[in-house]
Write a protein that binds this ligand. Structure first.
Ligand code: HEM
Ligand code: HEM
Length: 189
């Protein structure tokens, strides 16, 4: 089957948004982790005989992290807009994956269904986390939402390499030209 121009454009914009969201997640847990960096701040300043409390170091580390995390929110809204774009494509063109010819194809399609359900959840929970305090949602509710938003993020950490590995293997074996079909739309591999 051919992938329409709209679906191909959507696919690559969506891939950029997911990479960016996972990238900000990665940076938050590694190079820009406030725990690691606040310890570094305390330790480095002590070498200059400057004493700061853990509390102050935490504020500084979080301030350094903040401009990076703004990109999580920006790409979060990009992802939410892309979901609306995907719904439009679905209404206009119908389902793009409906191959039930093998157990493997059904497995791939089910993974896409889970992917779509979970990005809708991530967008709703993410926007609620972002706007929650302003629209009067309690701290307790927001922290329970965050406790679900964060573990669900791990689905995408697994999905992305599995998906990329899967389409490369398929392209090298039974589905020659599959990746170029998602780029040019051509069906002649
Ligand atoms: C964050 C990265 C990515 C995400 C979230 C993603 C997501 C998706 C989704 C949801 C679909 C199903 C589209 C539909 O029919 O509704 C899809 C299909 C596809 N993607 Fe990706 N993709 C990503 C990266 C890539 C990359 C890097 C490649 C190429 C190496 C690729 C190649 C393909 C191909 C060839 C298909 C069609 C295959 C099929 O129908 O099973 N994707 N992708
Ligand atoms: C696949 C998509 C997404 C992934 C993988 C993801 C990942 C994460 C992770 C792991 C956290 C917890 C960070 C931590 O506390 O260590 C988080 C928090 C958050 N995310 Fe997302 N997210 C996604 C989509 C979104 C969307 C669509 C929005 C919408 C704006 C969003 C907004 C937020 C906000 C506001 C927080 C709370 C940050 C804070 O407490 O400072 N996320 N996200």
């Amino acid at each position: 089957m051919k992938y329409s121009k709209l679906l191909r454009v959507w696919h690559w914009l969506n891939a950029i948004a997911i990479f960016a969201l996972l990238g900000t997640f990665f940076l938050r847990k590694t190079f820009l982790s406030w725990r690691t960096n606040s310890e570094l701040i305390v330790q480095k300043l002590s070498e200059y005989d400057i004493t700061v409390t853990a509390e102050v170091a935490k504020v500084v580390a979080k301030t350094i992290r903040a401009p990076m995390w703004e990109w999580h929110i920006i790409f979060g809204y990009v992802l939410a807009s892309l979901i609306l774009f995907r719904i439009y494509i679905f209404v206009k063109e119908g389902l793009s994956f409906k191959d039930t010819s093998s157990l493997h194809k059904m497995g791939v399609s089910s993974l896409y269904v889970i992917f779509y359900l979970l990005i809708v959840f991530m967008a709703i929970s993410g926007i609620t986390l972002h706007l929650g305090a302003d629209i009067g949602i309690s701290k307790e509710i927001l922290s329970s939402i965050k406790e679900i938003h964060e573990p669900v993020a791990w689905f995408f950490v697994v999905f992305v390499p599995l998906h990329i590995g899967g389409v490369i293997v398929a392209d090298l074996t039974q589905e020659r030209g599959l990746v170029s079909k998602m780029i040019s739309g051509n069906d002649d591999g």
